[in-house]
Design a protein around this ligand. Structure first.
Ligand SMILES: Nc1ncnc2c1ncn2[C@@H]1O[C@H](COP(=O)(O)OP(=O)(O)OP(=O)(O)O)[C@@H](O)[C@H]1O
Length: 361
């Protein structure tokens, strides 16, 4: 493993409990990781501990086999000796310096010719070769963030850390820049870890995403798995739209099946199911629910939100259970109308019975 965070805890002086608790995660060389979670869950504290800006209370940070932090051994390499680059949300470019001078900043020790070559190479990488002699205020927010990236990558860091790198940009630009940043990092073969509270951003940029809640890492996985096979209720709720529908495990000809008001499904993808007869909640994603007027199952539209190509309908079954459905926006029905629905599940994800019909955000 290129980066290995091992059972890491961060506790601030005077705090009753640790802000980051027993977090373990790993990245291979060249992989991009994202830490996702609500405000205050400990994302930035974890990133700062990897950077060396916080001293962990417990655990280790191992970079290329080198334990840069090891609480048990009392080892803590200062940030400037870790060869880690950082990009922050406010770019932190020097306003009085040109773009080229900003990128040059981290290259002080190199011979002059090499410095010039590296600056040119970095500006080229971020697609701003023509902006070398401009000043930061003459550039757009997205361009400034690309310069900040060029400056962080110029000294060839072993690891790049980014804290909410897109959050000060408007939504359109964020989406575009997220894709550009992924392409730039992949081209530069950089291993990177970044913090965001925006799942679309995490999915667009990262190979592996960690969902944190209240100081703990609940799942560290590929975006597809986080969405389709969430490990906990919290992950299921935080990532994507859906509901937990009450269900019962029944026996079928090929083993256990999950029966809910919307249908019955077998355990096709080896998601552990409770024992036969057991009560559980099954996760129904909004994209598992298909609008089909021929279906015997009817639901009344309780609320609808226009999302461009589709509506997100909140629907109520005759039993009072709620489900959510993504429906193409040319199927424009009024609130209060009854429509036919059908559930098409590829991934049957169940959780022990808890609160009935909890709506996932
Ligand atoms: N320097 C500090 N001293 C004491 N407590 C801190 C310090 N920095 C953060 N905390 C606390 O640690 C917890 C985690 O904060 P952190 O900034 O890591 O969360 P976050 O997930 O990055 O949040 P956000 O998305 O709002 O930035 C919070 O309860 C916060 O109040």
């Amino acid at each position: 493993m290129f980066l290995h965070v091992d059972q890491l805890s961060v506790q601030y002086p005077g705090a009753a409990r640790a802000s980051v608790r027993h977090v373990s995660l790993a990245l291979e060389r060249g992989q991009i990781g994202a830490l996702l979670g609500p405000s205050g869950c400990g994302k930035t504290s974890l990133l700062r501990a990897v950077a060396g800006l916080e001293r962990p209370a417990r655990g280790r940070v191992v970079l290329e086999g080198d334990a840069v932090s090891d609480a048990a051994a009392g080892r803590h390499l200062p940030p400037e000796q870790r060869r880690i680059g950082m990009v922050f949300q406010d770019y932190a470019l020097f306003p009085h310096m040109t773009v080229a001078e900003n990128v040059l900043f981290g290259l002080k020790g190199l011979p002059r010719a090499e410095q010039q070559a590296r600056v040119a190479q970095m500006l080229d990488l971020v697609g701003l070769a023509g902006a070398a002699s401009r000043h930061p205020h003459q550039l757009s927010g997205g361009q400034q963030q690309r310069i900040a990236l060029a400056r962080a990558l110029a000294p060839k860091p072993r690891l790049l850390l980014m804290d909410e790198p897109f959050s000060s940009l408007d939504v359109d630009l964020r989406e575009r820049l997220a894709q550009e940043v992924r392409a730039i990092l992949k081209q530069a073969e950089t291993t990177a870890l970044f913090v965001t509270h925006d799942q679309m951003e995490a999915f667009a940029v990262a190979d592996l995403v960690g969902v944190m809640n209240d100081g703990e890492l609940q799942q560290w996985d590929e975006p597809y798995a986080l969405y389709h096979r969430p490990a906990t209720r919290f992950v299921a709720t935080f990532v994507g739209h859906g509901v937990f529908a009450p269900a019962r495990v029944v026996s079928g000809p090929e083993g256990a099946r999950v029966r809910s008001a919307l249908g019955e499904w077998s355990d096709r993808f080896e998601c552990p199911l409770p024992g036969i007869g057991g009560e559980c909640d099954v996760l129904l994603r909004a994209d598992d629910i298909v609008h089909d007027d021929d279906s015997a199952v009817k639901a009344r539209i309780r609320a609808k939100a226009f999302r461009g190509s589709e509506f997100l309908y909140t629907l109520e079954l005759a039993s009072g259970e709620l489900v959510m459905a993504h429906v193409p926006s040319h199927h424009d029905h009024a609130v209060g109308e009854w429509i036919g629905i059908r559930a098409e599940l590829d991934h049957v994800v169940t959780f022990p019975r808890d609160l009935k019909g909890v709506v996932a955000a």
